[in-house]
Ligand binder design. Structure first.
Ligand code: ZN
Length: 1008
């Protein structure tokens, strides 16, 4: 390459000796500068200056190669990558990447889509000029390895391609916006890969394609840079935490690889698949100094190919080894991250036959150089961390960049050295995915054509499509054999036989109608489909006691649709066709203007309600018959003024309506397009972000305001019918919701668009100071809102908040003591199907639960269940006769003891005569809590994931409608709206909204 510096002849001779020994005795290429490589001295000097210890760098990055025509990152940054005080916007990062593209034939920039707020995402390919010229040719080769069916599964043919193809290693940066170092590290890495002529880097450049998305969360990056610049401009002030990252969610943007609801996930997914990349390596910055956490700890995800687990070990172990040899402390693998959940961005690769990787390096959350003090568990020496980080150290962004770049370079180099193995593995994993039906099963999953929730079925299929899973449809009815359930060996065989007599024999076959959807497992991406549709079991005995994330996610259960796991191989021969267009068959049938829409708790019913906002819609409170057909309670009755408008909307949403001729004679009430306020706290916006996303996708309008705003809003009831208060998440206690962050000291923390911070607000909320909470004024406004007939819907921590401010008559909440339900799918049961909240649901409703809280009922205001002292008397006292005989007192005739029937955990406790006597606190039956859903019995609680000690919450209310004044507080212990994965429970919320002024419909009150 170009050498701008004049070389002294004497030096050249000496340096030549070094370059001749580039290959080490062990046969490996020497990492580090080639003696002939010209160096950008000024840049190198600054890198050295910003590196706080000599051992925080490596021979790979302790110099910057010079180039005559390719600009260094300084051209855009004004200083070197990782310089203190410098954090570029995504736009600046792209500007630099495009300068590289212009100056070097070894760099190409591709636009890969936009974010929710319309910002661009890019992928930058760096490789030799020759490789980049043959991109399409190479892509075609990789595509064949990715789908071995195109090679007739012929290993010899595959080997020919393996020997020639150039692999793709995809690196993604700063998905987590507070982890800020990756963009500058990746700018410099791209430069090095393009210009460095050391043998080490040249091998990478010539041997493979490095693909880089320098900023994954672009919206969040720009907000973070705004905040950092504000901090620089006001160095003495505290600066606000990053309360919004992307438009919808913050840290959870790295938990979206299952549902693929965010643009960033979709864009990275499509790029990964389109490039047929072998690796997806995602960069994070929360552990000192470099934690290669891919290898992690158990339990490993049960659906990955074991070849992948070996690849994790190979690359990870070598990564640690190489950096250890460089003398860089604090580089390790393993640690406490389990790879169970496939929700992480990197897992796109793990379940699409690639290799997932993730670094946690050490970031300062900005570009300040800071004294950092570690926790003992962070600097302890452990079996997997023989060279731990230092307890206290001055740490800079440059240090972080050195670690990131060094780790990536050794990984890229090792990957390139072993690329034939990895390419072969890429092929083998795809082949084994196709062979899944015969090697391990299942053969397919079937989503039947007679599904009562076709629009939810379609939503689930759309997830499969976003995951690039092939979908087929049966062209005629098909019968498959069902697996015979093996009897468990038991010592109590005699008991079993006795109960068996009354049971119906299990069916041995199942018939699916034509039009049923089939997800065949003989396809390259069968593993992701299997992982999402299968059930999960996390044993309470597992040595891993702190699951990193959700433990269960079974999509069929959480979408509330039928999914059959098929083991019969015959189905693969049955008649079916591949389909690519997904649309639920909607339409209005019949003549007239009176229509009925059956209610099966499909969320798009609410979309229709809001779309046709001037149309009269009623909902039947009881079942009825019309035209020889039976309709269930909850059926929507619609008077269409404009038939074509109805047709259009019904079709668009995939709903079906039938003409009734005349209005049926059934008790009904209006279905309302209620005015919604979505309430958030400035303590955290992420968990409610999933709610905003759900409502936006369903095209349901709502106002969005903070607890601060409603504190100053008189007469909330005049403006709103329903206030949704989704979980606050971390720190969402009663105290913090009311008080917010401390305001008695410190300075205001503004979240506003200003010339200094132009990106902060986007289309979200703003405040001059995000510290104040709801306050007592706000509590009063909320109480008034409900008292005046409003409906307040609360979830998990906000349910505890509502109970805490005393507006949940007869319902108290508590935290479970020993129970562990870690993001799992649990069973719930409809208790009161006549409640409008339950419209469309049948008895069993699978739901997402993350440890409660536990709701308890009382029929006496301000108290929990009756206080009992001493041991419970569950059996008769010692006395005459047998166990079931009455005792008697000597000298008088026996008298029957009054029966005190015990209420179930989901029922209001009976009020005894003693309690009722002159007691102003007895809640009148019409005001007592109405339980809509309860948790299943302990033995039926677990559907998917980890449920330990579930007895604490079993049978307790899961969704309860509490009265207060003229209004209602509808409390959720489950979370019905979570990460786009729980669409089957969305309608519990939407039913509450649309029936807000008729929630007492069908209510039966206790007599006493
Ligand atoms: Zn992170």
């Amino acid at each position: 390459m170009n050498r701008p510096h004049a070389w002294k002849p004497a030096l050249i001779a000496i340096l030549f000796m070094f370059s001749a020994s580039r290959i080490k005795a062990d046969g490996e290429t020497q990492p580090g500068r080639d003696s002939k490589q010209a160096v950008d001295d000024a840049y190198t000097a600054k890198m050295k200056k910003y590196t706080t210890e000599p051992f925080f760098t490596s021979p790979l990055v302790n110099y910057l190669p010079a180039s005559k025509n390719v600009p260094t990152p300084e051209a855009v940054l004004g200083d070197v990558a990782g310089a203190p005080g410098i954090l570029p916007y995504a736009e600046d990062v792209y500007k630099y990447m495009r300068m590289l593209e212009k100056a070097s034939p070894r760099v190409k920039v591709f636009s890969i889509g936009t974010t929710e707020e319309g910002r661009e995402m890019v992928a930058v390919a760096v490789s030799s000029e020759e490789n980049l010229k043959k991109l399409e040719e190479n892509r075609a080769k990789l595509a064949k390895l990715a789908d071995p069916r195109t090679l007739q599964m012929n290993d010899a043919e595959a080997d020919k391609i393996v020997a020639q193809a150039v692999p793709v290693y995809y690196i993604t940066g700063t998905i987590h916006s507070t982890e800020t170092g990756a963009p500058t590290a990746l700018m410099e890495l791209a430069y090095r890969l393009a210009v460095d002529d050391s043998a080490y880097v040249k091998e990478i450049r010539d041997g493979m394609i490095t693909l880089i998305t320098p900023v994954v969360e672009v919206d969040g990056r720009d907000r973070m840079v705004d905040i950092y610049r504000w901090h620089l401009a006001h160095p003495k002030d505290l600066y606000p935490p990053l309360v919004y990252w992307g438009k919808y969610v913050a840290h959870d943007n790295n938990r979206d690889a299952m549902g693929v609801t965010l643009k960033l996930t979709e864009n990275v997914m499509n790029t990964y698949v389109k490039w047929n990349a072998q690796v997806l390596h995602d960069l994070h910055e929360s552990v000192p100094y470099l934690y290669d956490n891919t290898i992690g700890d158990g339990p490993y995800n049960a659906w990955i190919d074991p070849i992948l687990a070996d690849e994790w070990q190979m690359i990870g172990a070598r990564n640690v080894a190489d950096m250890t040899k460089f003398g860089m402390p604090g580089v390790f693998a393993h640690g406490n991250f389990d790879t169970w959940s496939p929700g992480y961005l990197m897992f796109i690769a793990a379940l699409h036959n690639g290799i997932s990787r993730l670094y946690e390096t050490f970031g300062n959350g900005g570009a300040d150089t800071l004294e950092r003090t570690l926790e003992p568990e962070e600097y302890a020496r452990t079996w997997y961390r023989q060279n731990p980080p230092l307890p206290k150290v001055l740490w800079s962004q440059r240090d972080n960049n050195n670690y990131e770049e060094t780790g990536l370079l050794v990984s890229l180099h090792y990957f390139n050295e072993n690329k034939r193995t990895f390419l072969k593995n890429f092929y083998l994993k795809a082949k084994r995915s196709i062979e899944k039906p015969s090697s391990e099963g299942p053969t397919a999953y079937v989503l039947p054509a007679d599904e009562v929730r076709p629009t939810l079925q379609m939503e689930l299929l759309r997830v499969m499509q976003k995951q690039h899973v092939e979908i087929s449809r049966l062209t005629s009815p098909v019968t498959v054999a069902l697996p015979v359930k093996k009897e468990k060996k038991s010592s109590k065989t005699a008991d079993k036989k006795e109960t068996k007599k009354d049971e119906k024999p299990e069916p041995t076959s199942k018939t699916f109608p034509a039009g049923s959807y089939v997800i065949r497992m003989d396809q390259p991406y069968s593993r992701i489909a299997d992982a999402l549709l299968d059930h999960q079991y996390w044993s309470p005995e597992d040595p891993q006691k702190t699951p990193y994330d959700d433990t269960g996610w079974t999509f069929g259960e959480l979408y509330g649709v039928q999914v059959s796991r098929i083991l019969d191989a015959k189905i693969l021969q049955d008649p079916m066709e591949r389909i690519t267009e997904l649309r639920a068959p909607g339409g209005a049938k019949g003549e007239g203007n009176m229509f009925a829409i059956e209610n099966h708790a499909e969320p798009v019913l609410a979309s229709l309600r809001y779309r046709l906002k001037d149309t009269d819609m009623q909902v039947a409170e009881e079942s009825f018959e019309a035209g020889g057909k039976k309709f269930d309670a909850g059926t929507v009755l619609l008077k269409a003024a404009d038939r074509s408008q109805l047709d259009g909307a019904i079709k668009e949403f995939g709903l079906q309506s039938v003409a009734l001729g005349t209005a049926p004679n059934v008790k009904s009430h209006p279905l309302r397009a209620a005015r919604i306020l979505l309430l958030h706290s400035w303590l955290g916006t992420q968990t409610e972000g999933w709610w905003r996303l759900a409502l936006d996708k369903l095209q349901i309008p709502y106002d969005y305001a903070s607890t601060q705003t409603i504190a100053g809003t008189e007469n909330l009831r005049e403006k709103y019918d329903v206030i949704l208060f989704p979980p606050v998440g971390w720190g969402g206690s009663l105290n913090s919701i009311i008080n917010g962050l401390p305001t008695e000291w410190g300075n205001p923390l503004p979240w506003q668009n200003t010339p200094e911070t132009p990106n902060l607000v986007g289309k979200n909320d703003a405040t001059a100071d995000l510290r104040p909470g709801l306050g007592w004024e706000g509590v009063a406004q909320l109480q008034k809102f409900v008292n005046d007939g409003g409906v307040f819907l609360t979830v998990m921590d906000t349910s505890q908040f509502a109970a805490g401010i005393g507006i949940t008559t007869g319902v108290s909440t508590s935290n479970a003591e020993k129970m562990k339900i870690v993001g799992a799918v649990v069973g719930t049961r409809v208790v009161d199907g006549a409640s409008p909240i339950a419209y469309g649901y049948s008895e069993k409703v699978p739901a997402y639960c993350d440890n409660g809280p536990v709701f308890s009922l009382s029929s006496i205001a301000g108290s929990r269940r009756r206080r009992k002292l001493g041991p419970e008397m569950s059996e008769r006292p010692t006395g005459r006769g047998s166990k079931d005989d009455p005792d008697f007192a000597v000298g008088r005739l026996g008298r029957e003891a009054p029966q005190e029937p015990e209420a179930e955990s989901w029922e209001n406790p009976n009020v005894t005569d003693e309690q009722r006597y002159n007691n102003s606190r007895v809640i009148p039956p019409a005001m007592r809590a109405r339980v809509v859903l309860r948790y299943a019995d302990a033995k039926d609680l677990l559907i998917s994931g980890l449920v330990e000690g579930g007895g604490e919450i079993a049978q307790h209310p899961a969704v309860v409608d509490a009265s207060f004044g003229k209004g209602h507080v509808v409390m959720f212990s489950i979370n019905p709206v979570w990460r786009g994965e729980t669409q089957g429970t969305y309608s519990l919320v939407l039913n509450t909204v649309m029936n807000f002024d008729s929630l007492n419909a069908g209510r039966k009150n206790d007599e006493k």
